[in-house]
Design a protein around this ligand. Structure first.
Ligand SMILES: *Cc1c(COP(=O)(O)O)cnc(C)c1O
Length: 243
């Protein structure tokens, strides 16, 4: 096998393994596998590896930087490969107009200002963007995301955001926390989602929970995750730092 074929095979095996692990986590928590979407996070690797992951069968990819998303979007477009792109990191307002048409959804809505700018751009482009509110549930002050009070405020403005379909929450657990603590944080996100859903305007239905990464997706699935964002597990055995 040449190097490319070898890489392709490693990526394929990683994708199969992650799918199996997600299926096991669903089964262990009595959930249907179809309730959980795997977003393959391609931020670590160059476009050709992201493309190979799509060829293995992963058609939902996540990026945390607009420029990298543009590059990979174009790479896959040129190869006529259908990918649904998820923005999972901070989106600067001056990059909205270019990024928006490429997106299936944004997980990292982290301010009212961004929400307003995104909504305006979506209306101007004649589209509606699915968006999840990024919540800061960890005690880690350096973590991104909105505190509870601002989540409530943003939802109160929902009527003035016609270009956005606010449909869930996104969260990250505290880095290095114990399994017990991680599980507790994910449970808190689910409870917060339920509380907000009960009080939000009737046009809003917060059905999605984007939580869980390579190290903690089983706990996230046990606590109700509907999307897991998995990166490093998919690139094990790939020499991507030198790519
Ligand atoms: C990098 C990243 C991930 C993937 O994390 P892994 O631990 O590599 O699976 C998930 N979500 C966000 C927001 C990220 O930035």
């Amino acid at each position: 096998m040449d190097a490319t074929a070898q890489t392709q095979e490693v990526i394929r095996q990683n994708w199969l393994r992650v799918q199996e692990q997600v299926a096991e986590a669903c089964e262990a928590s009595g959930r249907n596998r179809s309730e959980v979407t795997i977003v393959g996070v391609s931020k670590y690797v160059p476009p050709e590896f992201a493309y190979q992951l799509t060829q293995a069968g992963c058609d939902q990819l996540g990026e945390n930087r607009p420029q990298s998303l543009w590059d990979k979007y174009q790479f896959c477009e040129e190869r006529h490969t259908a990918v649904e792109w998820h923005m999972i990191g901070h989106l600067q307002r001056n990059k909205i107009r270019r990024t928006l048409p490429m997106l299936r959804c944004i997980h990292s809505l982290d301010s009212l200002r961004l929400a307003q700018a995104l909504s305006e751009a979506a209306v101007a482009q004649g589209s509606v963007l699915t968006a999840f509110l990024e919540v800061n549930v960890s005690e880690d002050q350096s973590k991104t995301g909105l505190p509870r009070s601002q989540l409530v405020e943003l939802l109160e403005h929902a009527d003035s955001l016609p270009g956005l379909q606010l449909s869930g929450l996104m969260a990250m657990s505290t880095h290095g926390a114990s399994a017990t603590q991680t599980r507790r944080e994910f449970a808190a996100v689910r409870e917060l989602r339920d509380t907000l859903n009960a009080t939000a305007p009737s046009t809003i239905s917060l059905t999605e929970l984007s939580m869980g990464m390579s190290g903690d997706f089983a706990d996230a699935i046990a606590e109700g995750a509907t999307l897991v964002r998995i990166g490093s597990s998919l690139w094990e055995g790939i020499d991507y730092h030198h790519a």
